[in-house]
Ligand binder design. Structure first.
Ligand SMILES: Cc1ncc(COP(=O)(O)O)c(C=O)c1O
Length: 366
């Protein structure tokens, strides 16, 4: 701990200011160089932070937030989680899987989405973990979620906890703030050079905004660049600023137990947004992203999904080319982790779910 400022400077310092947490992840996630792909794009230095390695079976970026969400759930003796998202959501799937390990049920209210391999894999994994999927559409998703929440409460099976879409809340963002300190430890240990830019998918914003706030508090001179992959109307600069402040606030208050502090230069730490990789919309794959993802897989051996990582890669390359940043050091926040392979009885599924196993899929993540 830096005694003069009483500010934490390593992950070890953070353990003294922790909030309820269950230890489910494997930390730190590794960092590795991607020299072949970098050479093909004339990049001097490209690195990958392997968030897919956050758990040996069911990893990905959601694990960082789940440690705190499930920490709260176990503290409150919660029996059922209720959340909503799109049908193939990694958030719903990973939440159901990790909650099951702790004996907690998950009710997953979902809206339809374009099909892909990873969609059915996520649904299968969550169903095998006992998740109850409830179909909805954009008009009914909120009332249905509230109805599910109330029904679970009235059922008398025990405490119920609502988890926001994407799992993003002040509590879960603490996990991503912590990731910045983890990265700082890796930089200090010489495992990775200080990146000038870190590229992160913007879905529900928690990963990028938590990281941006964390980099600020860890005093790393690195810029998070957010690649919009969910909805333009949701991923606005205003909301990103608000969310980054929220993450910082949560961190400095330790969830309400210390004096809050929002520093003046926090807003300058907020991620610039890349809009041009989204294409037709959420989960609609683009040719450019698929082509570049296949090239990355061929040169570096990492699989990409078309909704999050392929578009993040595409947005990163557009950003670098547009601004002529080939000589800088770039870090790709690699968040995609395929669901654990699971056998389920597809014929027994309701049609709202079975369609993702029967209908054609977009290329990639097969
Ligand atoms: C694989 C993957 N990467 C990135 C993201 C974006 O993270 P966030 O929702 O925290 O913005 C998600 C969100 O669902 C995801 O599933």
């Amino acid at each position: 701990m830096n005694k003069s400022s009483q500010e934490p400077s390593t992950t070890a310092d953070l353990s003294t200011r922790d909030i309820p947490r269950v230890s489910i992840g494997t930390w730190p996630t590794p960092v590795q160089e991607a020299p072949r792909f970098a050479a093909e794009h004339q990049l001097r230095s490209l690195w990958v932070k392997r968030e897919d390695q956050s758990h040996p079976i069911c990893g990905g970026n959601k694990v960082r937030g789940l440690e705190y969400l499930l920490g709260r759930a176990t503290q409150k003796n919660v029996k059922t989680l209720v959340s909503f998202s799109s049908a193939g959501s990694h958030h719903l799937s990973k939440t159901a899987w990790h909650a099951r390990q702790l004996g907690i049920d998950t009710v997953a209210v979902f809206v339809p989405q374009p099909n892909a391999h990873y969609v059915s894999a996520n649904i299968a994994s969550a169903l095998a973990a006992g998740a109850r999927y409830v179909p909805a559409n954009y008009a009914t998703v909120l009332p249905k979620t509230i109805a599910c929440y109330l029904r679970e409460r009235l059922s008398g099976t025990g405490p119920v906890m609502f988890i926001p879409p994407g799992g993003t809340s002040s509590r879960s963002m603490y996990g991503h703030v912590r990731a910045a300190f983890e990265l700082k430890d890796q930089i200090d240990a010489g495992l990775v050079p200080m990146p000038d830019y870190i590229y992160v998918a913007l879905g529900s914003l928690g990963t990028a905004c938590g990281l941006a706030a964390g980099l600020h508090h860890a005093r790393l001179d690195t810029k998070v660049v957010g690649v919009i992959v969910s909805h333009r109307w949701y991923c606005t600069a205003r909301r990103v600023r608000k969310m980054t402040r929220k993450a910082s606030w949560a961190f400095t208050t330790k969830m309400g137990t210390a004096k809050p502090r929002i520093s003046d230069d926090l807003d300058s730490a907020q991620p610039p947004l890349i809009e041009d990789a989204l294409g037709g919309g959420y989960a609609q794959f683009t040719d450019s992203a698929v082509r570049r993802a296949k090239q990355f897989e061929a040169t570096e051996g990492l699989p990409f999904d078309g909704t999050y990582m392929a578009k993040t890669l595409d947005g990163m390359l557009n950003f670098i080319e547009r601004r002529g940043l080939q000589e800088k050091t770039h870090l790709l926040w690699y968040t995609y982790c395929p669901a654990p392979p699971t056998e389920i009885d597809v014929k027994a599924l309701p049609s709202a779910l079975r369609r993702y196993f029967d209908e054609p899929v977009q290329p990639l993540d097969g």
